[in-house]
Design a protein around this ligand. Structure first.
Ligand code: URA
Length: 225
């Protein structure tokens, strides 16, 4: 067993203490290193600079930060959430509050770090009072997400929660109806799971989330580079 296998199993066990009882699942195939190719980070940074003063919808007026996204610009795995909350708006980075901490632990349980994945939201500015983003706000931001996916070109997207899934898959279906199969956005396979904030309110959804996480990891392991 390699060092990576051991550290991954430790991380998984730690998460499972919280998520579900450990059931012996483990992923022994390490994720291959990201190939060193053209500096996608430059293009992504340029794109960020182009759009960060966006005023396409009313959310622009109330924001402290335009929360673009963070992580490896060539990540093989991308997480897409709903919209920044108060913490994210203050810091300018997605998923840094309580839900973000749970997301970090989920990522670590997959044998990865936040630096190795890409994290962003469907909507880049905070909706007031943490309400759900409205249809016009989602529509205004949609081309930004589309371009981010094109630039990062991940092998797999994990949609966190119904808003992210609905925006990417253009559907009104309930989240439970979208789980358990692969969808597609901009030519990239999409797996749908619960939003980490929902897991904080509904611990009974942690087990199905863990099943989705294991599936996502298997999908990545199955990728032939
Ligand atoms: N919830 C989200 O959907 N995104 C964040 O960045 C934080 C919380």
């Amino acid at each position: 067993m390699t060092e990576l296998d051991v550290s991954w199993q430790r991380a998984a066990a730690r998460l499972l203490d919280d998520l579900v009882a450990f059931e012996g699942a483990c992923f022994v195939a390490p994720v291959p290193a990201t190939p060193v190719v053209a500096p996608a980070s430059d293009e992504l940074s340029r794109f960020r600079a182009e759009i960060c003063q966006c005023s396409r919808c009313a959310l622009a007026a109330g924001r402290q930060h335009f929360v673009f996204g963070t992580g490896d610009p060539r990540a093989r795995l991308m997480f897409v959430g709903e919209a920044p909350g108060a913490d994210e708006d203050r810091v300018g980075e997605p998923f840094v509050g309580a839900a973000g901490q749970l997301l970090t632990r989920i990522i670590e349980a997959m044998g990865l770090s936040r630096d190795q994945v890409y994290i962003c939201n469907v909507v880049k500015c905070r909706p007031p009072g943490n309400r759900e983003p409205q249809a016009d706000e989602v529509a205004a931001c949609a081309p930004y997400l589309q371009r981010q996916v094109e630039l990062v070109a991940p092998r797999l997207i994990v949609a966190l929660g119904r808003t992210a899934a609905a925006a990417m898959l253009q559907t009104d279906a309930a989240l439970h109806a979208l789980r358990g199969r692969l969808h597609s956005f901009a030519g990239v396979p999409v797996l749908v799971t619960y939003h980490p904030a929902a897991l904080l309110r509904h611990p009974e959804w942690k087990r199905p989330t863990w099943e989705d996480v294991k599936w996502a990891r298997r999908e990545l392991d199955g990728v032939v580079l």
